[in-house]
Design a protein around this ligand. Structure first.
Ligand code: SF4
Length: 347
């Protein structure tokens, strides 16, 4: 199977049922760059920049500022100031919030037309394994680890029969390697014994596999089976709360509330766009508000750096000129591929 993701093809429903989130694969992964703890959410003291317009003006113009310079003025300094009506200052109706949420989704689609799953994979089994490994580490570290892993164990049958110590050694760079090795062998044995060695395409089957909960299942369903799903990882949950789409902390409750805001056909790509934005601009500890193209729509504007020049220096990955997470990114990815394990990955 091509590693180009299937994008938001609505062929069925991911549903919103009870989950098994205690599995290893469901612990929210976090950037490995010392940002393991999210920044305080909803400070309620978001700065109101002087001269903020009364109405949001973000549109395609705002979305494209990140890579342009006009009259010598860096794009970041031209990010429109947030509107007073972006969910703060006065109560926002449900209808207004839903409209604002959908507009954010459209803006993010303009900013990240190349949004994609940032795990390298060539088939459903590889995506399933990579997603389980991504708990408590970065996608980059997983992508640097899986080439040797899949060379040694290309199929569920191979991984089911692995020598545990040898499997652990291969996945050691991803952390929690003993627990993850147990999950990988368990899910491989289940695939071999109960699913004829194939990854099932139904959520209710996927969550019966060791180490697989709703988040992992939705990643697999959305990106190889075309079944829409919201993937609530640490980035998605943080941004959904900053956007005031939800106040829930529990990933399942976040998923249920976000599903009620957006059409099903948007769920998978919305997940990618929001995670892309969280990794590149709206970081956990110091979001780059002054360089954020959706600032006019964000109630949390001011939680991070608002000075355009300083904010611009906080941008990551292709926005900041750094290599991305994938060693084999899709052809439309505008940034640099990541480097193999041990190689320097940032300029
Ligand atoms: S970077 Fe700032 S303005 Fe942009 S989405 Fe995050 S909190 Fe909102």
């Amino acid at each position: 199977m091509s590693n180009k993701p299937v994008r938001a093809q609505a062929k069925g429903s991911a549903g919103v049922t009870a989950a098994q989130n205690s599995a290893v694969g469901e612990q929210a992964p976090e950037e490995a760059s010392g940002t393991a703890r999210p920044a305080p959410e909803g400070k309620g003291s978001a700065k109101k920049p002087p001269g903020a317009p009364a109405r949001a003006t973000a549109g395609k113009t705002a979305s494209k500022t990140a890579s342009k310079t006009v009259n010598g003025t860096p794009a970041a300094s031209r990010v429109p100031a947030p509107a007073r009506s972006a969910g703060k200052g006065r109560a926002e109706s449900r209808l207004a919030m839903v409209r604002r949420a959908r507009r954010i989704n459209r803006e993010l689609a303009d900013v990240y037309p190349y949004a994609h799953p940032e795990l390298d994979f060539r088939n459903p089994f590889e995506l399933l394994v990579a997603t389980v490994l991504s708990a408590q580490t970065t996608d980059l570290r997983v992508n640097q680890t899986t080439p040797a892993l899949f060379a040694a164990y290309p199929t569920p049958e191979d991984m089911a029969g692995a020598v545990p110590e040898e499997l652990e050694e291969l996945i050691r760079p991803t952390g929690f390697f003993r627990m993850k090795a147990k999950s990988l062998m368990g899910l491989s044995q289940a695939l071999r014994d109960r699913f004829d060695g194939e990854v099932p395409g139904r959520l209710e089957d996927l969550v019966t596999l060791p180490g697989v909960g709703r988040k992992t299942a939705n990643v697999v369903l959305g990106n190889v089976f075309g079944v829409p799903g919201i993937t609530v990882d640490t980035h998605f949950g943080r941004l959904a709360r900053r956007f005031k789409w939800t106040e829930q902390e529990d990933p399942e409750k976040v998923e249920a509330e976000i599903c009620a805001i957006f059409p099903k056909s948007e769920w998978t790509m919305l997940s990618h766009r929001v995670v892309f934005h969280g990794r590149r601009i709206c970081h956990a500890r110091n979001p780059a508000c002054g360089a954020c193209p959706i600032a006019p729509l964000c109630p949390a504007y001011g939680e991070g750096e608002t000075d355009p020049e300083k904010a611009k220096k906080l941008l990551k990955y292709e926005k900041g000129g750094y290599p991305g997470q994938r060693l084999s990114p899709p052809p439309d990815y505008p940034g640099l591929p990541a480097s193999p394990l041990g190689a320097r990955t940032e300029p």
